[in-house]
Design a protein around this ligand. Structure first.
Ligand code: FE2
Ligand code: FE2
Length: 508
Protein backbone atom coordinates (compact mmCIF):
# COMPACT_ATOMS: atom_id res chain seq x y z
CA UNK A 1 0.00 0.00 0.00
CA UNK A 2 1.58 3.29 -1.04
CA UNK A 3 1.22 6.56 0.86
CA UNK A 4 -1.23 7.73 -1.80
CA UNK A 5 -3.30 4.56 -1.35
CA UNK A 6 -3.36 5.25 2.39
CA UNK A 7 -4.79 8.75 1.93
CA UNK A 8 -7.80 7.62 -0.14
CA UNK A 9 -9.84 5.71 2.50
CA UNK A 10 -9.33 8.53 5.01
CA UNK A 11 -10.39 11.16 2.47
CA UNK A 12 -13.48 9.10 1.64
CA UNK A 13 -14.34 8.96 5.32
CA UNK A 14 -13.98 12.75 5.60
CA UNK A 15 -10.57 12.89 7.30
CA UNK A 16 -7.30 14.43 6.27
CA UNK A 17 -4.04 12.73 7.16
CA UNK A 18 -0.61 14.16 7.81
CA UNK A 19 2.25 13.01 5.52
CA UNK A 20 4.11 11.49 8.52
CA UNK A 21 1.07 9.47 9.54
CA UNK A 22 0.50 8.29 5.96
CA UNK A 23 4.13 7.22 5.68
CA UNK A 24 3.98 5.35 8.98
CA UNK A 25 0.85 3.44 7.96
CA UNK A 26 2.19 2.65 4.48
CA UNK A 27 5.31 1.12 5.98
CA UNK A 28 3.39 -1.09 8.42
CA UNK A 29 3.21 -4.84 7.74
CA UNK A 30 -0.64 -4.82 7.55
CA UNK A 31 -1.51 -1.35 6.28
CA UNK A 32 -5.11 -2.14 5.17
CA UNK A 33 -6.07 -3.59 8.52
CA UNK A 34 -4.38 -0.72 10.32
CA UNK A 35 -6.35 1.80 8.25
CA UNK A 36 -9.54 -0.06 9.15
CA UNK A 37 -8.58 -0.04 12.82
CA UNK A 38 -7.86 3.69 12.82
CA UNK A 39 -11.14 4.51 11.09
CA UNK A 40 -13.03 2.37 13.57
CA UNK A 41 -11.43 3.90 16.64
CA UNK A 42 -10.60 7.49 15.73
CA UNK A 43 -12.29 10.20 17.77
CA UNK A 44 -14.93 11.74 15.50
CA UNK A 45 -13.84 15.27 16.35
CA UNK A 46 -10.42 14.75 14.73
CA UNK A 47 -10.15 16.13 11.22
CA UNK A 48 -6.44 15.80 10.49
CA UNK A 49 -5.08 12.42 11.52
CA UNK A 50 -1.54 12.73 12.83
CA UNK A 51 0.99 10.20 14.11
CA UNK A 52 -0.37 10.74 17.63
CA UNK A 53 -3.75 9.35 16.57
CA UNK A 54 -2.39 5.98 15.48
CA UNK A 55 -2.96 3.53 18.29
CA UNK A 56 -0.47 0.78 17.41
CA UNK A 57 -0.85 -0.95 20.77
CA UNK A 58 -4.63 -1.19 20.48
CA UNK A 59 -4.24 -2.43 16.93
CA UNK A 60 -1.72 -5.17 17.76
CA UNK A 61 -3.91 -6.26 20.66
CA UNK A 62 -7.10 -6.61 18.63
CA UNK A 63 -5.83 -7.50 15.20
CA UNK A 64 -6.14 -11.11 14.16
CA UNK A 65 -5.36 -11.72 10.51
CA UNK A 66 -8.53 -13.73 9.80
CA UNK A 67 -11.17 -12.21 12.04
CA UNK A 68 -10.67 -8.81 13.54
CA UNK A 69 -12.84 -7.93 16.52
CA UNK A 70 -16.29 -6.54 15.79
CA UNK A 71 -18.46 -4.71 18.23
CA UNK A 72 -21.12 -7.40 18.00
CA UNK A 73 -18.62 -9.88 19.42
CA UNK A 74 -18.35 -7.90 22.60
CA UNK A 75 -21.82 -8.81 23.78
CA UNK A 76 -22.65 -12.19 22.29
CA UNK A 77 -26.35 -12.94 21.74
CA UNK A 78 -26.22 -15.19 24.80
CA UNK A 79 -28.08 -12.40 26.62
CA UNK A 80 -31.13 -13.11 24.52
CA UNK A 81 -31.22 -16.74 25.51
CA UNK A 82 -31.06 -16.02 29.20
CA UNK A 83 -32.81 -12.69 29.26
CA UNK A 84 -34.83 -13.40 32.36
CA UNK A 85 -31.75 -13.90 34.46
CA UNK A 86 -29.46 -11.73 32.31
CA UNK A 87 -31.62 -8.62 31.96
CA UNK A 88 -33.17 -8.48 35.36
CA UNK A 89 -29.91 -7.83 37.12
CA UNK A 90 -28.63 -4.45 38.17
CA UNK A 91 -26.07 -4.68 35.39
CA UNK A 92 -27.57 -1.90 33.30
CA UNK A 93 -25.04 0.86 33.95
CA UNK A 94 -25.82 4.54 33.46
CA UNK A 95 -22.97 7.04 33.33
CA UNK A 96 -23.68 10.76 33.06
CA UNK A 97 -20.91 12.07 30.80
CA UNK A 98 -22.03 15.69 30.70
CA UNK A 99 -24.72 18.03 32.00
CA UNK A 100 -24.97 21.41 33.73
CA UNK A 101 -26.07 20.15 37.14
CA UNK A 102 -23.87 21.68 39.90
CA UNK A 103 -21.68 23.29 37.24
CA UNK A 104 -23.61 26.49 36.55
CA UNK A 105 -21.37 29.56 36.63
CA UNK A 106 -23.86 32.08 35.31
CA UNK A 107 -24.85 35.05 37.47
CA UNK A 108 -26.21 37.24 34.67
CA UNK A 109 -23.37 39.73 34.08
CA UNK A 110 -22.79 41.26 30.66
CA UNK A 111 -19.25 39.90 30.38
CA UNK A 112 -20.59 36.39 30.65
CA UNK A 113 -22.26 36.75 27.26
CA UNK A 114 -18.96 37.67 25.61
CA UNK A 115 -17.29 34.72 27.27
CA UNK A 116 -20.14 32.41 26.32
CA UNK A 117 -20.06 33.34 22.63
CA UNK A 118 -16.25 33.18 22.52
CA UNK A 119 -16.42 29.68 23.89
CA UNK A 120 -18.98 28.74 21.23
CA UNK A 121 -16.85 30.30 18.51
CA UNK A 122 -13.68 28.57 19.59
CA UNK A 123 -15.28 25.11 19.93
CA UNK A 124 -17.19 25.20 16.63
CA UNK A 125 -14.45 27.15 14.84
CA UNK A 126 -11.98 24.42 15.76
CA UNK A 127 -14.17 21.81 14.06
CA UNK A 128 -14.14 23.85 10.84
CA UNK A 129 -10.49 24.90 11.05
CA UNK A 130 -9.20 21.43 10.20
CA UNK A 131 -10.93 21.63 6.85
CA UNK A 132 -10.29 25.17 5.61
CA UNK A 133 -7.29 27.41 5.86
CA UNK A 134 -9.02 30.35 7.53
CA UNK A 135 -7.52 33.68 8.46
CA UNK A 136 -8.64 36.13 11.14
CA UNK A 137 -11.17 38.68 9.92
CA UNK A 138 -8.93 41.45 11.22
CA UNK A 139 -6.36 40.57 8.54
CA UNK A 140 -8.94 41.29 5.83
CA UNK A 141 -10.30 44.52 7.24
CA UNK A 142 -6.93 45.98 8.27
CA UNK A 143 -5.33 45.39 4.91
CA UNK A 144 -8.27 45.89 2.61
CA UNK A 145 -6.32 47.64 -0.10
CA UNK A 146 -3.40 45.28 0.09
CA UNK A 147 -5.64 42.24 -0.15
CA UNK A 148 -7.32 43.71 -3.23
CA UNK A 149 -4.00 44.41 -4.94
CA UNK A 150 -2.64 40.99 -4.09
CA UNK A 151 -5.64 39.39 -5.66
CA UNK A 152 -5.38 41.41 -8.82
CA UNK A 153 -1.75 40.41 -9.05
CA UNK A 154 -3.00 36.86 -8.71
CA UNK A 155 -2.34 34.61 -5.80
CA UNK A 156 -0.24 31.69 -7.03
CA UNK A 157 -2.95 29.10 -6.37
CA UNK A 158 -6.14 31.12 -6.35
CA UNK A 159 -7.38 34.42 -5.05
CA UNK A 160 -9.64 32.79 -2.52
CA UNK A 161 -9.63 33.47 1.17
CA UNK A 162 -11.48 31.75 4.00
CA UNK A 163 -12.82 33.06 7.26
CA UNK A 164 -14.63 31.40 10.14
CA UNK A 165 -17.30 33.51 11.76
CA UNK A 166 -20.48 33.61 13.78
CA UNK A 167 -23.49 34.69 11.72
CA UNK A 168 -24.51 38.06 13.19
CA UNK A 169 -26.85 39.26 10.44
CA UNK A 170 -28.52 37.91 7.31
CA UNK A 171 -29.94 40.31 4.71
CA UNK A 172 -31.36 39.94 1.24
CA UNK A 173 -30.30 42.53 -1.35
CA UNK A 174 -32.74 44.10 -3.83
CA UNK A 175 -31.39 41.67 -6.43
CA UNK A 176 -32.19 38.74 -4.15
CA UNK A 177 -28.61 37.89 -3.11
CA UNK A 178 -27.84 37.04 0.51
CA UNK A 179 -25.44 39.21 2.48
CA UNK A 180 -24.21 37.49 5.61
CA UNK A 181 -22.31 39.30 8.30
CA UNK A 182 -19.69 37.10 9.94
CA UNK A 183 -17.97 37.90 13.23
CA UNK A 184 -14.88 36.44 14.80
CA UNK A 185 -13.06 37.71 17.91
CA UNK A 186 -11.04 40.12 15.72
CA UNK A 187 -13.79 41.82 13.72
CA UNK A 188 -16.69 41.40 11.34
CA UNK A 189 -16.93 40.99 7.57
CA UNK A 190 -19.70 40.80 4.96
CA UNK A 191 -19.92 37.89 2.58
CA UNK A 192 -22.28 37.59 -0.39
CA UNK A 193 -24.00 34.51 -1.75
CA UNK A 194 -25.38 34.98 -5.26
CA UNK A 195 -28.92 33.95 -5.99
CA UNK A 196 -27.77 32.35 -9.27
CA UNK A 197 -25.53 29.96 -7.34
CA UNK A 198 -28.50 27.70 -6.67
CA UNK A 199 -27.13 25.06 -4.31
CA UNK A 200 -25.05 27.49 -2.30
CA UNK A 201 -27.93 29.95 -2.13
CA UNK A 202 -30.14 27.21 -0.71
CA UNK A 203 -27.50 26.50 1.92
CA UNK A 204 -27.24 30.21 2.74
CA UNK A 205 -31.02 30.46 3.04
CA UNK A 206 -30.90 27.82 5.78
CA UNK A 207 -28.38 29.71 7.91
CA UNK A 208 -29.58 30.90 11.30
CA UNK A 209 -28.30 33.69 13.53
CA UNK A 210 -25.40 32.93 15.89
CA UNK A 211 -24.31 29.73 14.21
CA UNK A 212 -20.61 29.37 13.29
CA UNK A 213 -19.62 28.70 9.68
CA UNK A 214 -16.64 28.90 7.39
CA UNK A 215 -16.92 30.98 4.20
CA UNK A 216 -14.52 30.68 1.27
CA UNK A 217 -14.33 32.77 -1.88
CA UNK A 218 -12.58 35.63 -3.67
CA UNK A 219 -12.80 39.19 -2.36
CA UNK A 220 -14.09 42.05 -4.45
CA UNK A 221 -11.39 44.41 -5.76
CA UNK A 222 -11.88 46.92 -2.96
CA UNK A 223 -11.50 44.10 -0.46
CA UNK A 224 -14.80 44.94 1.23
CA UNK A 225 -16.83 41.89 0.38
CA UNK A 226 -16.31 38.18 -0.19
CA UNK A 227 -18.19 36.45 -3.02
CA UNK A 228 -18.75 33.08 -1.40
CA UNK A 229 -18.21 29.89 -3.34
CA UNK A 230 -18.15 27.47 -0.40
CA UNK A 231 -19.80 27.38 3.01
CA UNK A 232 -18.28 24.97 5.52
CA UNK A 233 -20.32 23.89 8.52
CA UNK A 234 -19.01 22.11 11.62
CA UNK A 235 -20.88 18.93 10.48
CA UNK A 236 -20.27 15.31 11.34
CA UNK A 237 -17.37 13.61 9.59
CA UNK A 238 -18.38 11.46 6.63
CA UNK A 239 -18.16 7.72 6.92
CA UNK A 240 -18.10 7.91 10.70
CA UNK A 241 -18.22 4.46 12.17
CA UNK A 242 -19.96 3.57 15.36
CA UNK A 243 -17.49 2.11 17.77
CA UNK A 244 -19.92 1.07 20.43
CA UNK A 245 -22.79 -1.31 20.59
CA UNK A 246 -24.48 -3.18 23.33
CA UNK A 247 -27.37 -5.62 23.76
CA UNK A 248 -30.99 -5.44 24.79
CA UNK A 249 -33.35 -2.56 24.20
CA UNK A 250 -33.84 1.07 25.18
CA UNK A 251 -37.21 2.82 25.17
CA UNK A 252 -37.44 6.55 24.42
CA UNK A 253 -40.28 8.75 25.63
CA UNK A 254 -40.89 12.43 26.45
CA UNK A 255 -43.65 14.96 27.11
CA UNK A 256 -45.69 12.84 29.49
CA UNK A 257 -47.43 15.96 30.88
CA UNK A 258 -48.75 14.28 34.02
CA UNK A 259 -51.27 16.63 35.69
CA UNK A 260 -52.79 17.89 32.46
CA UNK A 261 -56.46 17.14 31.77
CA UNK A 262 -55.35 15.96 28.32
CA UNK A 263 -52.84 13.45 29.79
CA UNK A 264 -53.74 10.06 28.27
CA UNK A 265 -53.74 8.04 31.46
CA UNK A 266 -55.17 4.82 30.00
CA UNK A 267 -52.58 4.63 27.25
CA UNK A 268 -49.84 5.50 29.78
CA UNK A 269 -50.96 2.72 32.13
CA UNK A 270 -50.92 0.26 29.21
CA UNK A 271 -47.35 1.36 28.58
CA UNK A 272 -46.40 0.79 32.23
CA UNK A 273 -48.03 -2.66 32.04
CA UNK A 274 -45.95 -3.36 28.95
CA UNK A 275 -42.76 -2.42 30.84
CA UNK A 276 -43.85 -4.85 33.56
CA UNK A 277 -44.27 -7.59 30.94
CA UNK A 278 -48.00 -7.55 31.63
CA UNK A 279 -49.22 -7.75 28.01
CA UNK A 280 -51.23 -10.40 26.23
CA UNK A 281 -49.43 -9.99 22.89
CA UNK A 282 -46.55 -12.49 22.85
CA UNK A 283 -44.31 -10.39 20.56
CA UNK A 284 -44.76 -7.38 22.84
CA UNK A 285 -43.99 -9.47 25.92
CA UNK A 286 -40.82 -10.67 24.26
CA UNK A 287 -39.73 -7.07 23.56
CA UNK A 288 -40.60 -6.08 27.10
CA UNK A 289 -38.26 -8.72 28.52
CA UNK A 290 -35.35 -7.24 26.63
CA UNK A 291 -35.76 -3.68 27.88
CA UNK A 292 -32.82 -2.38 29.88
CA UNK A 293 -33.33 1.39 29.70
CA UNK A 294 -36.13 3.94 29.64
CA UNK A 295 -35.06 7.44 28.59
CA UNK A 296 -37.34 10.44 29.28
CA UNK A 297 -36.47 13.72 27.50
CA UNK A 298 -38.42 16.31 29.46
CA UNK A 299 -41.90 17.67 30.19
CA UNK A 300 -42.54 14.89 32.70
CA UNK A 301 -45.38 16.95 34.20
CA UNK A 302 -47.54 19.73 32.79
CA UNK A 303 -46.36 22.20 35.44
CA UNK A 304 -48.21 25.36 36.43
CA UNK A 305 -48.15 28.88 35.01
CA UNK A 306 -46.40 27.75 31.84
CA UNK A 307 -48.93 29.45 29.56
CA UNK A 308 -51.91 31.78 30.21
CA UNK A 309 -55.01 30.12 31.70
CA UNK A 310 -53.20 26.81 32.03
CA UNK A 311 -55.16 26.03 35.22
CA UNK A 312 -58.27 25.48 33.10
CA UNK A 313 -56.48 22.57 31.42
CA UNK A 314 -55.07 20.98 34.58
CA UNK A 315 -56.28 17.88 36.37
CA UNK A 316 -53.77 18.31 39.19
CA UNK A 317 -53.33 21.95 40.16
CA UNK A 318 -50.29 21.59 42.43
CA UNK A 319 -46.99 20.99 40.61
CA UNK A 320 -45.55 18.96 43.50
CA UNK A 321 -48.69 16.81 43.45
CA UNK A 322 -48.05 16.29 39.73
CA UNK A 323 -44.54 15.00 40.53
CA UNK A 324 -45.86 12.79 43.35
CA UNK A 325 -48.30 11.25 40.88
CA UNK A 326 -45.45 10.77 38.38
CA UNK A 327 -43.38 9.10 41.12
CA UNK A 328 -46.24 6.65 41.79
CA UNK A 329 -46.20 5.56 38.16
CA UNK A 330 -42.43 5.17 38.09
CA UNK A 331 -42.54 2.99 41.24
CA UNK A 332 -44.47 0.46 39.15
CA UNK A 333 -41.66 0.10 36.58
CA UNK A 334 -39.49 -2.96 37.25
CA UNK A 335 -36.30 -2.06 39.13
CA UNK A 336 -33.95 -3.71 36.62
CA UNK A 337 -35.01 -1.14 33.97
CA UNK A 338 -32.77 1.87 34.43
CA UNK A 339 -34.62 5.13 33.89
CA UNK A 340 -32.98 8.41 32.89
CA UNK A 341 -35.07 11.59 33.24
CA UNK A 342 -34.16 15.09 32.07
CA UNK A 343 -36.29 18.25 32.38
CA UNK A 344 -38.23 20.22 29.75
CA UNK A 345 -39.79 23.67 29.66
CA UNK A 346 -42.86 22.46 31.64
CA UNK A 347 -40.77 21.10 34.52
CA UNK A 348 -40.01 22.75 37.84
CA UNK A 349 -36.41 23.84 37.19
CA UNK A 350 -35.09 27.12 35.80
CA UNK A 351 -36.47 27.86 32.34
CA UNK A 352 -33.13 29.13 30.99
CA UNK A 353 -31.15 26.39 29.28
CA UNK A 354 -29.01 24.47 30.00
CA UNK A 355 -31.32 23.27 32.76
CA UNK A 356 -30.11 21.36 35.83
CA UNK A 357 -31.74 18.13 36.97
CA UNK A 358 -34.81 18.16 39.23
CA UNK A 359 -34.13 19.31 42.79
CA UNK A 360 -33.79 16.73 45.60
CA UNK A 361 -37.18 17.55 47.12
CA UNK A 362 -38.77 16.33 43.89
CA UNK A 363 -36.50 13.35 43.18
CA UNK A 364 -36.86 12.07 46.77
CA UNK A 365 -40.27 10.58 45.94
CA UNK A 366 -38.96 8.60 42.98
CA UNK A 367 -37.48 5.07 43.06
CA UNK A 368 -33.74 4.35 43.08
CA UNK A 369 -33.48 3.00 39.54
CA UNK A 370 -33.81 6.54 38.14
CA UNK A 371 -30.89 8.77 37.18
CA UNK A 372 -31.96 12.41 36.98
CA UNK A 373 -29.97 14.52 34.53
CA UNK A 374 -29.98 18.10 33.21
CA UNK A 375 -31.07 19.33 29.79
CA UNK A 376 -29.12 18.76 27.62
CA UNK A 377 -27.25 15.72 28.94
CA UNK A 378 -24.92 13.16 27.44
CA UNK A 379 -25.29 9.72 28.98
CA UNK A 380 -23.49 6.47 28.40
CA UNK A 381 -25.80 3.47 28.52
CA UNK A 382 -23.44 0.49 28.64
CA UNK A 383 -21.38 1.76 25.70
CA UNK A 384 -24.15 3.55 23.81
CA UNK A 385 -23.88 7.33 23.96
CA UNK A 386 -27.23 9.10 24.10
CA UNK A 387 -27.48 12.88 23.85
CA UNK A 388 -30.75 13.97 25.45
CA UNK A 389 -32.13 17.42 24.66
CA UNK A 390 -35.73 18.41 25.30
CA UNK A 391 -35.83 20.25 21.96
CA UNK A 392 -37.13 23.76 22.61
CA UNK A 393 -34.91 25.04 19.80
CA UNK A 394 -36.95 23.02 17.30
CA UNK A 395 -39.42 25.94 17.46
CA UNK A 396 -36.62 28.22 16.19
CA UNK A 397 -35.53 25.81 13.45
CA UNK A 398 -39.12 25.46 12.20
CA UNK A 399 -39.39 29.23 12.02
CA UNK A 400 -36.14 29.94 10.23
CA UNK A 401 -35.01 26.94 8.19
CA UNK A 402 -36.96 26.07 5.02
CA UNK A 403 -38.04 22.43 4.95
CA UNK A 404 -38.01 21.96 8.72
CA UNK A 405 -41.44 21.13 10.09
CA UNK A 406 -43.24 20.03 13.25
CA UNK A 407 -44.68 17.07 11.34
CA UNK A 408 -41.16 15.75 10.72
CA UNK A 409 -39.25 16.75 13.84
CA UNK A 410 -36.05 14.96 12.84
CA UNK A 411 -35.61 17.54 10.06
CA UNK A 412 -34.72 20.01 12.84
CA UNK A 413 -32.47 17.46 14.52
CA UNK A 414 -30.50 17.06 11.26
CA UNK A 415 -29.92 20.83 11.35
CA UNK A 416 -28.57 20.47 14.91
CA UNK A 417 -26.10 17.80 13.80
CA UNK A 418 -24.91 19.84 10.78
CA UNK A 419 -24.18 22.75 13.09
CA UNK A 420 -22.86 20.50 15.88
CA UNK A 421 -25.08 22.68 18.07
CA UNK A 422 -28.43 22.03 19.75
CA UNK A 423 -29.71 25.60 19.93
CA UNK A 424 -27.75 28.19 17.94
CA UNK A 425 -30.00 31.25 17.99
CA UNK A 426 -29.81 33.47 21.03
CA UNK A 427 -32.78 35.63 22.02
CA UNK A 428 -35.53 33.75 20.22
CA UNK A 429 -37.69 30.97 21.70
CA UNK A 430 -34.96 29.41 23.82
CA UNK A 431 -33.86 31.34 26.84
CA UNK A 432 -30.10 30.65 26.95
CA UNK A 433 -28.09 31.16 30.14
CA UNK A 434 -24.57 32.44 29.32
CA UNK A 435 -22.54 29.71 31.01
CA UNK A 436 -18.76 29.66 30.79
CA UNK A 437 -18.94 26.72 28.42
CA UNK A 438 -21.47 26.35 25.65
CA UNK A 439 -23.27 23.19 26.72
CA UNK A 440 -25.22 23.08 23.44
CA UNK A 441 -22.12 22.33 21.35
CA UNK A 442 -22.14 18.71 20.24
CA UNK A 443 -18.51 17.97 21.14
CA UNK A 444 -18.75 14.24 21.34
CA UNK A 445 -20.79 12.72 18.57
CA UNK A 446 -23.51 10.57 20.16
CA UNK A 447 -24.89 7.28 18.89
CA UNK A 448 -28.40 8.56 19.51
CA UNK A 449 -29.79 12.11 19.71
CA UNK A 450 -33.09 12.07 21.61
CA UNK A 451 -35.44 15.08 21.64
CA UNK A 452 -39.08 15.73 22.45
CA UNK A 453 -41.01 18.97 22.98
CA UNK A 454 -42.91 19.09 19.68
CA UNK A 455 -45.23 16.16 20.50
CA UNK A 456 -44.71 14.46 17.13
CA UNK A 457 -42.71 11.29 16.44
CA UNK A 458 -39.68 11.07 14.18
CA UNK A 459 -37.01 8.43 13.66
CA UNK A 460 -34.18 8.99 11.20
CA UNK A 461 -30.56 8.09 10.72
CA UNK A 462 -28.16 10.90 9.88
CA UNK A 463 -24.56 9.93 9.14
CA UNK A 464 -24.69 7.01 11.54
CA UNK A 465 -26.35 8.96 14.35
CA UNK A 466 -29.85 7.79 15.19
CA UNK A 467 -32.22 10.74 15.63
CA UNK A 468 -35.36 10.15 17.69
CA UNK A 469 -38.18 12.45 18.63
CA UNK A 470 -40.42 10.59 21.01
CA UNK A 471 -43.87 12.19 20.76
CA UNK A 472 -46.10 12.65 23.80
CA UNK A 473 -48.67 11.21 26.21
CA UNK A 474 -51.00 14.17 25.87
CA UNK A 475 -53.84 14.61 23.36
CA UNK A 476 -54.27 17.86 21.47
CA UNK A 477 -54.28 20.91 23.76
CA UNK A 478 -56.21 24.14 23.22
CA UNK A 479 -53.00 25.89 22.19
CA UNK A 480 -52.15 23.15 19.69
CA UNK A 481 -55.65 23.42 18.23
CA UNK A 482 -55.11 27.12 17.65
CA UNK A 483 -51.77 26.61 15.88
CA UNK A 484 -53.05 23.51 14.07
CA UNK A 485 -50.47 21.18 15.58
CA UNK A 486 -51.59 17.56 15.49
CA UNK A 487 -49.75 15.59 18.17
CA UNK A 488 -48.71 11.94 17.88
CA UNK A 489 -49.46 10.54 21.33
CA UNK A 490 -48.76 7.16 22.94
CA UNK A 491 -46.24 5.94 20.36
CA UNK A 492 -42.95 4.67 21.66
CA UNK A 493 -39.66 4.22 19.78
CA UNK A 494 -37.78 1.13 21.00
CA UNK A 495 -34.15 0.79 19.94
CA UNK A 496 -32.25 -2.47 19.73
CA UNK A 497 -28.92 -1.47 21.25
CA UNK A 498 -26.95 -4.09 19.30
CA UNK A 499 -27.81 -2.76 15.84
CA UNK A 500 -29.80 0.45 16.47
CA UNK A 501 -32.83 -0.89 14.63
CA UNK A 502 -35.85 0.98 15.91
CA UNK A 503 -39.46 -0.07 16.12
CA UNK A 504 -42.47 2.02 17.06
CA UNK A 505 -44.90 0.56 19.59
CA UNK A 506 -48.40 2.01 19.83
CA UNK A 507 -50.44 2.21 23.03
CA UNK A 508 -53.52 4.07 21.80
FE1 FE2 B 1 -44.26 18.97 25.90
FE1 FE2 C 1 -41.70 21.14 25.85
Amino acid sequence: MSEIDVVTPFAEAGYQISPDAAEMIASHSSPEALVEHILATIDESVFVIGVEHIDFDGFELNYKPEASARTSDIHPPIAYESHLSGYQTSDNPVEVLFDITDRSTCVGEYMEFTQYFRNRYSKLGEMIRGRINARPIESLTRNRRRVGIRQEGGNRESNEVSVIGMVSDIKTTTNGHKIIELEDPTGSFSVLVRVADKELFEQASSLVLDEVIGATGPLTNDGNLMIVNKITMPELPNGMRRRTGSYGKAVFISDVHIGSSTFLEDAWCDFIDFLKGDVSNEAMRQISKEIRYLVVAGDLVDGIGIFPDQEKELEILDVYEQYRKAAEYFHEIPQHIKVIIGPGNHDAVRLAEPQPRFPDHITADFPGNITFVGNPALVNLDGVKVLMYHGRSIDDFVQSVPGVSYQEPTTAMVEMMKRRHLSPTYGSRVSIAPEKHDHFVIDQVPDILHCGHVHTVGIQKYKNVLLINSGTWQSQTEFQKRVNLVPVPAQVPVVDLSNFKTSLLKFE
